[in-house]
Design a protein around this ligand. Structure first.
Ligand code: AOF
Ligand code: ZN
Length: 372
């Protein structure tokens, strides 16, 4: 434990707040795992240890909290039900039992079917007192881990859309979209990209921009998948020299198509039905990405056409809009041209968005209210 908590005393309520703050520090580094924090208290409310899940594939919050702690009879305050499965690390419930804690205070049950109540059951069977924290903590935890809960509870991939636009809603001009927003905004966009286990684009983005689509942050190594809407599988023979391909295994590239006959390939293929206009059924896509490829969340970064299709289908779960203080005029391309709305009444609006400024750019984030 570092010096910060030396001599620190916390009530269980304050320890729950601290555990949530710790959990948040894992954001961008742990997904598709949840962000989890853990605080260890003795009977006199002294903080004897704390930790959080820091990196995907590495120690869970409880393991990190107990790193240098060997005292028995402690209270463990955790943001999520301790796991019970033999995953990349041993089950946390077993660790807490072996460390002889006397009480567990936790915020949410783990919706992952590998755990789902069995962690709590194990602890209770071992004679440990288990207390569920007040509902209000769960609200914060569910916001922090929205993608994780959404995926397990709905069996659907969470769609987080991100786009950059000018003040007049344009995303590009003459196919040119580099760079609408400033450097700092783009760093923040990489942090957001890191919070999804995949990026979704249309085939034209690959053909026009040859993007990498991986999160690029200092000291960052987590890999992501790429989903490409490619109705006729035009990219099958054209991916070899692309950056998207050079950065990941072929199976981590999912090509979404509408063909009746699937060709032999090392890339992952997903057939999705289309409507009479040839547009993919995005509801079907959202379910199939979850069931066939276990993709928890997709960061939708398409161009005007793809973003228009997602907006038109009302299928965006959360949106981050980067607005540059620029105007491009009528030759600029926009998702807006794909939307056929007729009155202010039917306009899409954000539900209490969070707004921040990044130098000359504004970022607006929240859920979109599609139905008024
Ligand atoms: C905990 N404490 O800090 C976290 C938990 O792939 P693994 O082995 O790392 O396991 C990931 C699953 O473990 C994840 O889906 C969730 O159910 C649980 N996460 N559990 O006890 C933690 N991060
Ligand atoms: Zn665990």
């Amino acid at each position: 434990m570092d010096g910060i908590a030396q001599g620190l005393k916390l009530t269980v309520d304050k320890a729950l707040v601290f555990a949530l703050q710790l959990a948040e520090k894992g954001k961008g580094f742990v997904e598709p795992n949840p962000c989890v924090g853990c605080v260890l208290l003795d009977d006199d409310s002294n903080v004897l240890g704390y930790g959080f899940h820091q990196k995907f594939g590495e120690g869970h919050a409880e393991v990190n909290a107990f790193k240098d702690v060997n005292k028995e009879g402690l209270t463990a305050v955790v943001t999520l039900e301790p796991c019970s499965h033999e995953g990349k690390t041993g089950p946390c419930a077993d660790l807490l039992i072996s460390k002889k804690i006397k009480k567990l205070v936790y915020i949410d049950d783990d919706p992952n079917p590998k755990v789902s109540g069995t962690g709590i059951k194990k602890l209770k069977e071992a004679g440990i007192e288990v207390i569920k924290a007040d509902e209000s903590y769960s609200k914060i935890n569910r916001m922090l881990n929205a993608k994780f809960f959404y995926f397990h509870e709905n069996k659907k991939t969470f769609f987080h859309a991100k786009w950059a636009q000018t003040l007049d809603g344009k995303m590009s001009i003459n196919g040119e979209s580099k760079w609408i927003t400033n450097e700092k905004s783009r760093q923040y966009a990489h942090f957001l990209r890191a919070q999804s286990d995949s990026v979704l684009v249309g085939k034209n983005t690959i053909l026009n921009d040859n993007p990498s689509l991986n999160p690029r942050l200092p000291n960052y190594t987590k890999e992501n998948k790429v989903i490409i809407l490619d109705p006729s599988l035009e990219l099958l023979t054209r991916l070899e020299d692309t950056k998207v391909r050079s950065l990941r295994n072929s199976k981590d590239i999912v090509l979404v198509h509408k063909l009746d006959k699937e060709p032999e390939t090392d890339f992952s293929l997903l057939k999705v039905s289309t409507d009479t206009n040839g547009n993919f059924n995005l509801n079907e896509l959202q379910k199939s990405l979850a069931s066939d490829y276990s993709i928890q969340s997709a960061f939708i970064e398409g161009g005007a056409k793809t973003m228009g299709l997602f907006l038109k289908s009302h299928i965006i779960d959360f949106a981050s809009v980067f607005i540059a203080s620029k105007i491009l005029g009528k030759n600029g391309e926009s998702y807006s041209n794909e939307l056929d709305l007729n009155s202010l009444k039917t306009s899409f609006s954000f539900l209490s968005p969070v707004i921040r400024t990044i130098d000359s750019d504004t970022v607006l984030e929240g859920q979109i209210n599609f139905i008024n």
